[in-house]
Ligand binder design. Sequence first.
Ligand SMILES: [Zn+2]
Length: 311
Amino acid sequence: MNAGPRPSRHFRLQELASGVHAAVAVDGGYALSNSAVVDLGGATLVFDTGLTPRSGADLARAARRLTGRPADYLVNSHWHHDHIRGNQVFANPRVIATTETWELIRTRGAEDVASDRAEAKVRWEEFAAGKVPTPPRDRALLRGWLGGIVDSLPKLRLTLPNLTFDSELVLRGTRRTARILTYGGGHSPSDTFVFLPDDRIAFLGDLLSNGYHPWLGDGNPDTLVQILDRISSLGPRTLLPGHGAPGGPRVLSAMREYVTSAQRQVARHRRAHRPRKELAGLAIPEKFRNWKFSSFYPDTLRFLYGRAARG
Ligand SMILES: [Zn+2]
């Protein structure tokens, strides 16, 4: 399934179908999130561009090598930094996003870069000095995340999408069709995914996470569950999450279960009239205990508690 020697220290390539490859982020590398390369036939599509121009450059090279041409289309699944900051290294592609994601990259994405310029170096130095308590399984991940941001800042230029859509955009190549879709926001205020109907492969960005705790605090968990159900009804056979290994439909149902079990945990806590500050003591459900990014979990519980308290 692997496409020859590892092309990058930031990701490993995995063939999902002939002409369809996942670039699965390697812990400690500067991509942080997964990407995909699709040979549409006569055009090349790249889904998400990772955290840094450095990992993006390796992705651009891999896309050219795998498809015989530079990327014609990039898709930015949502505005978060680990999915868009590789945009700048690609040569004149159409960069596709929803209108709302374009607006969010322009505003919050720019604020995010400014705050990284002000604070990332201190965050990195505290982490490197061992001042940030980090479970061993998350250490490489954080080293790549914080280190990648610091390393990339001198040359980083926020590169905006230049082709926006609001519900669906279809690219029809000679080899396959790509449906670029949004069902609104679940993980973020606006999330895009790609479905390849000929192969029944879907790239979900952070609507899906596998073996890594998802970050839920910028989205809407209720609509996230609805979106996952709608995606499930498209009948995908292979799903690429934003973080973690690709898998079958079971990965999708596990993500659904993650969200609903956290919601149930918070509901029980509230019914017992327990205070918000005691949420940090709640155990991660057994099934998700080995997932990375475990520091996200208490934040998720607090976020869900706040939403429930507001009604
Ligand atoms: Zn995200």
